[in-house]
Design a binder for this molecule. Structure first.
Ligand SMILES: Nc1ncnc2c1ncn2[C@@H]1O[C@H](COP(=O)(O)OP(=O)(O)OP(=O)(O)O)[C@@H](O)[C@H]1O
Ligand SMILES: [Mg+2]
Length: 225
């Protein structure tokens, strides 16, 4: 599903060059739940931005469903982002004045596909993350954990090929974090492909496999189950 071969990424700020990814190689298979583990500030978000086609690598090859991402134009990249990838962020990224239901529906608006049963589908996903009673609440009326559940339901609405999560529990207390990881485990059992990047080993341990990054490269992989 995902194949990273010797991916590098550097940034230039003024005269300073920062090499963040220095040759990252790994694969994620369809149906897998993998975690990428790296300390703070060492390139997790950068890696996820490349994975999510939000940013191009400086060099190396990236295959997504056997398609060479390097060869695609901006329209093709946004098509992949909108239809194939569900994003979950550390800060939830919900629209403030908008109900949980409409937040979940938002990706459909961007993707230009609006099935007749969209509302029903969105309600069903909100129900599946335990928010049946909250579908008309706005983000400010929800707890952090509940907001992240809305974000997960939003990530599911397009039936993405993969869910990419960047420190999805970084802003949550231990209990809510555990509940969110249980939701990811359930989604994985249902057959979804999930990739979480985190600096927290307890979060990474929810996955089946941990890919450890060090100094911009894969240091080792650990298979947990
Ligand atoms: N657009 C950019 N321009 C210049 N440098 C950048 C840019 N984006 C990231 N960096 C640098 O790349 C490095 C890695 O940043 P990144 O956000 O990927 O780390 P992270 O592992 O996600 O950190 P955190 O755990 O704090 O979220 C940092 O040193 C950062 O300053
Ligand atoms: Mg980050």
């Amino acid at each position: 599903m995902i194949e990273f071969n010797d991916i590098t990424k550097f940034f230039i700020s003024g005269t300073v060059r920062t090499d963040v990814l220095r040759g990252v190689t790994f694969k994620v298979n369809k149906g897998e739940f993998a975690a990428i583990m790296a300390p703070s500030g060492t390139g997790k978000t950068t890696l996820l931005n490349v994975l999510g086609c939000l940013m191009k690598a400086s060099s190396g090859s990236y295959l997504f469903e056997d398609q060479d991402i390097e060869t695609l134009n901006d329209d093709q990249l946004s098509e992949i982002r909108n239809k194939k990838i569900g994003f979950v962020f550390q800060t939830f990224n919900l629209l403030e004045r908008t109900s949980a239901l409409d937040n979940v529906l938002l990706p459909l608006v961007y993707a230009d596909v609006y099935p007749a049963d969209a509302d029903k589908k969105a309600s069903r996903f909100l129900e599946s993350v335990g928010l049946k009673e909250r579908i008309n609440y706005k983000p400010s009326e929800l707890s952090g954990g509940q907001q992240q559940r809305v974000a997960i339901a939003r990530a599911l609405i397009n039936d993405p090929a993969v869910i990419l999560a960047d420190e999805p529990t970084g802003n949550l207390d231990a209990n809510s974090a555990k509940e969110i990881m249980e939701i990811f485990k359930t989604l994985h059992k249902e057959g979804r492909t999930i990739l979480v990047v985190t600096h927290d080993i307890n979060i990474a341990r929810s996955a089946e496999r941990i890919i450890y990054l060090k100094d911009g490269r894969v240091e080792k992989e650990e298979v947990l189950r």
